[in-house]
Each structure stands twice: as structure tokens, then as C-alpha cells.
Design a protein around this ligand. Structure first.
Ligand SMILES: Cc1ncc(COP(=O)(O)O)c(C=O)c1O
Length: 364
């Protein structure tokens, strides 16, 4: 039977290596995972308490209308309810947007080294991916506007940790506001941003007719395992997405956890504090190791090992440290390291100090 070439050749998204798999494969009892930008503090205690209280309703289907979540998020973010939708993680929303807006052969435009899920979702929905530098996005769109339906901008980006400043974002939106293209800002890491000139499109969405904002609760909110992400979009997009999505895409545990987590300002403050301290520690130590890195607006840092990153990754695994290789992003000597608890960060740096001298540098 014929399978479309986009699906036959699809390169799947490769998540971080799980702790249990590493323990099994390397016979280790203790493993530190700094590979998936998860929250080292765990989940908000308020969310956990709420979930425990909801256990006795697990024989019932979840609310397909997401009523409690919509109310809570609308109030917290001051966004009209009609402009909000929820997905099984923001990766489901990325996928649904491709499904809704791209016909086979059409395309999604993004920036170099962008979050890999855009390409996977474009291809899964039989669309192409086009990559252009931020300063060339508008001209690329103008040249290929017959094909391009969606522009995905991760801000800040994963895995680079880089961001686009407010004036760039506003100029881009101005240039594209009368075009037939959806401009999607994926702000998965916005809670970690320290840059003063960063502007979230959550403050701009109502000035432009074609803007979509994606948010995840997997990172700063610590709900990665529950799977819930949100979207702010024009009403027409919300209506169609709610028709296309599965009715029970966000399970009841996730809905209950999110409503409670939104109230936990103390947990958010602690998360930001531990992240910023951890990043500053990594910068200091990477500097001492004479490794180059990007300053990051996320909860992770991308650095150049100056060696074949698979060898460094493997050597670190043997010491019980999981980092994230980024060869699939065209970065064969880099690794990405998420901020963990202070003792986890120290263990990762100690392991790096031990393994790097054993591995030959690549001549550039
Ligand atoms: C930039 C970016 N967007 C979206 C996601 C997806 O997050 P989730 O599907 O857990 O909401 C991630 C996860 O790593 C990410 O890095």
C-alpha cells in the first residue's frame, strides 16, 4: 500500500533519554536527568493536593469543554474565554495548527535551529518546512507566500535559548498583519526570560488579526507528565481547533492540576529563582571549562563541547548524567543542559570536568 513520502521519510521527534532506561542500560541506581527542561522542584504542591482530591472521579470522562481551565486561565491572563483553547501539551496544538491550515504540499516557515516539533508536525501533515533567518522571514514569506501558511517562532527558542526582542516582534507583526499567514509565537519558556526588551505576544494578540500565542504548563508550572498546553488565537481558529481536536484531549487530572497550579505564585517564584541561580552557576562553570555557550532565556543552556557530542553524551551517561544531544539540529558538537537542583547541576559539571579531558577535541 502506498504511504506518502512525507510520512515514509518522517524523522520522529526524539525526546530526552528516560531515567529508567539509563538505569537499566548502564546498571546505575542514581541517575540525574537534565535533558528535557523539566522543573527540578517537581509539581506545585497545590496541584498535587488537588489531583489527589480528584482521584475518586477517575471513572468519569474528563470535561470535553475544558470549562474550569478556560475560566481559570482567562482570569489569570486576562484573555477572553472565546480566544482560549487547550491541547494535550502544546505539541498537540502545534500539530493541530498544521492540520488545520496546511494543505498537502504547502509549507510552514520557521527560524534556524527552531524547536524540532514544527518540522515533525509539518511533515506528519504532509506539509514542507522552510527555514529562514529571523531578519529574512518577511522576505522569504513574500517570495513563497503561495505556499507558506504558518510561521512558527519559538520565543525564546529551544535548544538555543535565544530570543527575539520586542521591537523585532512588533515589526514582524506589522509587516505580516494583512497577509494570509498565521504567525504563531511559541512562548514555552517565557516565565524564565530575564531580558528587559522581551515582549510577550500575549500583550499584542488583540492588535493583530493573525497572531497565535502558544504556552505550555510543562516547564515553569511543572506539569510535563500531565500534558497540558494553551493557545490564544483568533476566535475562528479556536472554533475550528475545538472541532478538530479529540473531545477528551486533556485528561481530568491535567485539568484539575492546571487550575490549582495557576494559583501557586509561591511555586512559580521558587522555580524562577532556582532556574536563574542554576543558569548563572552553569555560565560560571562553562566559562572555567573554556567552553562557549549562549546566554539563555530558557531553563537550559546550549554549549559547545568542541568534541563529537555523542562521545561526550555517552561518557556522561556512564556517570549517570543525561544531557541532550542536538545533532538533529545540525549542531554536532553541542549539548543542551537543563537546570536541575543545585546538587544535580554540580554533579553534571563534575562529570563534564572528568570526561572532557578523555575525549579528543575536533579540529575546526
Ligand atoms: C519551544 C517548545 N515549544 C513547545 C514544547 C512542547 O511542550 P509540551 O508539549 O510539553 O507542552 C517544548 C517542549 O520541549 C518546547 O521546547
Amino acid at each position: 500500500m502506498r504511504i506518502s513520502p512525507e510520512l515514509k521519510n518522517l524523522v520522529p521527534y526524539k525526546p530526552g533519554k528516560p531515567i529508567s532506561e539509563t538505569q537499566r542500560e548502564y546498571g546505575l541506581s542514581k541517575v540525574v536527568k537534565l535533558a528535557s527542561n523539566e522543573n527540578p522542584l517537581g509539581t506545585s504542591p497545590l496541584a498535587l493536593q488537588a489531583v489527589k482530591g480528584a482521584l475518586n472521579t477517575m471513572h468519569l470522562y474528563p470535561d470535553p469543554g475544558h470549562y474550569q481551565m478556560i475560566q481559570a486561565v482567562s482570569k489569570k491572563w486576562n484573555i477572553p474565554e472565546s480566544k482560549l483553547a487547550f491541547g494535550n501539551g502544546s505539541d498537540e496544538l502545534i500539530d493541530l495548527l498544521c492540520r488545520i491550515y496546511c494543505e498537502p504540499g504547502q509549507a510552514v516557515l520557521t527560524i534556524p535551529h527552531a524547536f524540532a516539533a514544527y518540522e515533525v508536525s509539518a511533515h506528519s501533515n504532509r506539509a514542507q518546512i522552510i527555514v529562514a533567518k529571523p531578519e529574512e522571514l518577511v522576505s522569504t514569506y513574500q517570495k513563497q507566500k503561495d505556499q507558506i501558511r504558518i510561521l512558527f517562532i519559538p520565543n525564546p527558542n529551544n535548544p538555543t535559548g535565544k530570543y527575539l526582542d520586542g521591537s523585532f516582534v512588533k515589526n514582524l507583526l506589522e509587516s505580516l498583519k494583512s497577509e494570509e499567514v498565521l504567525v504563531v509565537f511559541d512562548e514555552a519558556y517565557n516565565e524564565f526570560v530575564r531580558a528587559k526588551d522581551y515582549v510577550s505576544t500575549m500583550t499584542l494578540y488583540n492588535q493583530y488579526p493573525n497572531v497565535v500565542v502558544l504556552r505550555t504548563f510543562s516547564k515553569a508550572y511543572g506539569l510535563a507528565g500531565f500534558r497540558v498546553g494553551a493557545m490564544i488565537a483568533p476566535e475562528e481558529t479556536i472554533v475550528v481547533l475545538n472541532r478538530v481536536r479529540k473531545p477528551f484531549n486533556v485528561n481530568e487530572m491535567a485539568q484539575v492540576a492546571l487550575v490549582a497550579a495557576l494559583q501557586d505564585d509561591d511555586f512559580m517564584r521558587k522555580t524562577q529563582e532556582i532556574t536563574w541561580k542554576g543558569l548563572d552557576y552553569f555560565y560560571k562553570k562553562l566559562h572555567e571549562l573554556e567552553l562557549s555557550f549562549n546566554k539563555s532565556e530558557g531553563n537550559f543552556v546550549l554549549f559547545d563541547t568542541e568534541r563529537d557530542s555523542s562521545l561526550v553524551f555517552e561518557a556522561l551517561l556512564r556517570k549517570g548524567i543525561i544531557l541532550r544531544p542536538v545533532k538533529n539540529y545540525g549542531l554536532p558538537t553541542h549539548l543542551r543542559m537543563s537546570v536541575g537542583l543545585p546538587e544535580e547541576n554540580e554533579a553534571a559539571i563534575k562529570a563534564l570536568e572528568e570526561v572532557l579531558p578523555m575525549i579528543e577535541k575536533i579540529k575546526k
